[in-house]
Design a protein around this ligand. Structure first.
Ligand code: FAD
Length: 184
C-alpha cells in the first residue's frame, strides 16, 4: 500500500503465484483510488482509462510508479465508484423478506460483513419455531443486530476512506492509528 500527498492511494497485491521462485509468472492486482473532485465530473459517466491511472501514479515511489507505468497498453481498467449507505429499518413483510451483506449496508473499503450476516441469519432461523409470529421475531432480532453492526462499520469505513485520501488527515486514520494486521 502507498499513499501520496496528492491524496492518491495505490495498492499492489499478488493474486496468483504459480511458481514462488519465478516472479515473472506471478499475477498482480493493482488498484488506485482518489477522491472525486469537480474536475472528475467529466468522467462521471465514463470509465477511468489506463492513461488516467498512469498519470495519477507517475509521482509515486517505486515499486508503485513502475508497476503502473509498465502496465501493457490495452490492459482493461475497471472503474468502481466507491459508494455506501447507512442501513435503516425496512418493512420485512412479517419476516418474509430481509436483506444481508452489501444490500443491507454497503460500505467503502473494509472487510465484508456479508458472511457474519449469513451466520446470524441462519442462527436466527434455527431458533425459530414454525409459526408466523416467531418468524417475524427471529427476523426482527436478526435485522436489529445487522443494522447496528453494519451501521457502525459503514460510519467507520467512510471516515477511514475519507482520511486515507487526504494527506493531512491520514496520520489520524484508523489505518495509521491501529494498523493493518498481517493475517497470513
Ligand atoms: C473491488 C472490490 C474489492 C473488494 N475487496 C474485498 C476484500 O478484499 N475483502 C473483503 O472482505 N471484501 C471485499 N470487498 C467487499 C465484498 O466483495 C462485498 O462486501 C461482498 O461481496 C458482499 O457480498 P454480497 O453477497 O452481499 O453481495 P454481492 O457479492 O454483490 O452479491 C450479490 C449478487 O446478487 C446478484 N444480483 C444482483 N441483482 C440481481 C437480480 N436482480 N437478480 C438476481 N441476482 C442479482 C449479483 O450478480 C451478485 O452475484 C470488495 C468489493 C469490491 C467492489
Amino acid at each position: 500500500m502507498a499513499f501520496h500527498p496528492d491524496g492518491v492511494f495505490a495498492w499492489i497485491s499478488a493474486i496468483d503465484v504459480p511458481n514462488v521462485k519465478a516472479p515473472e509468472t506471478w499475477k498482480f492486482q493493482l488498484m488506485t483510488s482518489w477522491r472525486k473532485s469537480d474536475d472528475d465530473e467529466k468522467i462521471e459517466t465514463a470509465d477511468v482509462g489506463l492513461a488516467d491511472v498512469k498519470m495519477r501514479t507517475k509521482d509515486f515511489a517505486d515499486p508503485f510508479r513502475s508497476a503502473n507505468a509498465w502496465i501493457p497498453k490495452g490492459t482493461p481498467v475497471y472503474t468502481n465508484r466507491v459508494t455506501y449507505w447507512q442501513p435503516v429499518p425496512w418493512d420485512n413483510l412479517g419476516g418474509m423478506m430481509s436483506l444481508a451483506g452489501d444490500a443491507a449496508h454497503l460500505m467503502t473499503f473494509r472487510l465484508t460483513h456479508a458472511i457474519a450476516d449469513v451466520a446470524k441469519y441462519v442462527a436466527a432461523l434455527r431458533t425459530m419455531k414454525l409459526d408466523q409470529e416467531k418468524l417475524k421475531d427471529a427476523i426482527c432480532d436478526y435485522e436489529n443486530e445487522i443494522i447496528a453492526r453494519g451501521g457502525e462499520e459503514v460510519g467507520l469505513s467512510t471516515m477511514n476512506t475519507e482520511m486515507v485520501h487526504q494527506w493531512d488527515k491520514l496520520m489520524q486514520s484508523p489505518l495509521f492509528q491501529k494498523g493493518a494486521k498481517r493475517i497470513a
